[in-house]
Ligand binder design. Sequence first.
Ligand SMILES: *Cc1c(COP(=O)(O)O)cnc(C)c1O
Length: 381
Amino acid sequence: MGVRVIPVMKPLLGEEEAEAIAEVVRSGWVAQGPKVAEFEKAFAASVGAEHGVAVSNCTTGLHLMLHLLGVGAGDEVVVPSFSFIATANCVRYVGATPVFADVCESNGNLDPASVAAVMTPRTKAVLAVHQGGQPADIAALRAVAGDVPVLEDAACAAGSTLRGAPVGTGATLAAWSFHPRKLLTTGEGGMVTTDDAEQAARLRRLREHGMSVSAADRHAAGNTVKLEAYLETAFNYRMTDMQAAMGLVQLGRLPGLIVQRRELAARYAGLLGEVGLRAVGDPEFGTSSFQSYWVHLPDNAPDSVEVLQALADAGVSARRGIMASHLEPAFDGHPHVPLPVTEYLTRRTIILPLHHELTESDQDHVVGSLTAALAVPTGAS
Ligand SMILES: *Cc1c(COP(=O)(O)O)cnc(C)c1O
């Protein structure tokens, strides 16, 4: 008999998604087509943006945003090291240099003072992340960035709010992820949102080989022959209609899922507070989707790997803190300013299970197991 394990995350999927995909298959149009167009409109509206351009994942979306702005060799883009490595990698894709800035201890997002300290005349963009669903203070970052555009890696931020509006509202350019580790999933998938119609049109071309006529345009033209031109060297970063049909169903589930996650997060905060532990919470300027819910280990606690092992032994699947990209072999020797808060958060926080099937007794078990793991002195068994 296997012991029941509480997973760290579980996508919310139902028969409706299976049915929506089956319908697309039966329709005979499975690649990018009418469902992608419908999903783009619905998703963009849900995050307060004028235009949505669906792409194959968030990483390709991030790449397109930088390519669109003409960022390239000799340029610098300020990014947090405290993020999934795609945030830094996309800067390298265009031949530019990622410049790491440190983050705020309270929410894991770019610290405006640290950003100001690393900007140079070569800085072409600041790429802010809404880490784990915690909204980043975009206004404060714009204040230090001046004329340099502030772009948003909103991979985890569907359902988060900033100053009373959905994250994404008023964004210069934002990239979203629909990977199953996020809250709205299409298996793989992503979107770039913007309020600028010209940028949206160019993004549509860039994701589709630079073609002047999309398959959907040609279909709409009926019998009229439409010749395409390839206007620039571009990419194949398309989403499929099967994914988009799934995304439309998922989008309908999102508001309820966020309410439930926030209730579970509030209950965690209470339980953890009772045993003297501190967890991530909403900043004063917004609300989090709590895509990732992390707790700070006390100074005298064992190493996070030991804590994770003790939790695993108790049937709780937790995770190490969000990664620090500058500590990975891929960034060996890459120059950066000291990043003490990033290193602290990566090493001294852990991510607790949070998903729609998590029960109150699961939460009690998670917090009880964590308390027990912290009480064991290092080296004892
Ligand atoms: C998940 C994630 C990505 C990458 O998303 P994909 O859709 O898997 O490419 C990028 N940035 C952040 C902050 C993420 O959490």
